[in-house]
Design a protein around this ligand. Structure first.
Ligand code: SF4
Ligand code: SF4
Length: 69
């Protein structure tokens, strides 16, 4: 599981898809899927979501922000 997850409050607006610097949010199904092997836990998606649909899971990121791609 990634450091963040999308809940059913998601309206599908797409803001997190455009904002995520790691392209960790995938538009597959609803709720959207956050890829654990990409998400660094930067929380930019939490900030940008107008529906407060992105929540922290408490899981640590598998790789740090700014790390090797
Ligand atoms: S926490 Fe950061 S890296 Fe993870 S899905 Fe959100 S915007 Fe992307
Ligand atoms: S920003 Fe929020 S409401 Fe919009 S697609 Fe992402 S999780 Fe869903």
């Amino acid at each position: 599981m990634a450091p963040v997850a999308v809940t059913r409050a998601c309206t599908g607006c797409g803001a997190c898809l455009l904002t995520c610097p790691e392209r960790a949010v995938r538009p597959h199904g609803r709720p959207l899927v956050v890829l654990a092997d990409r998400c660094t836990g930067c929380l930019e998606c939490v900030e940008v979501c107008p529906a407060d649909a992105v929540v922290e899971t408490g899981r640590p990121p598998r790789r740090p922000a700014g790390g090797a791609p």
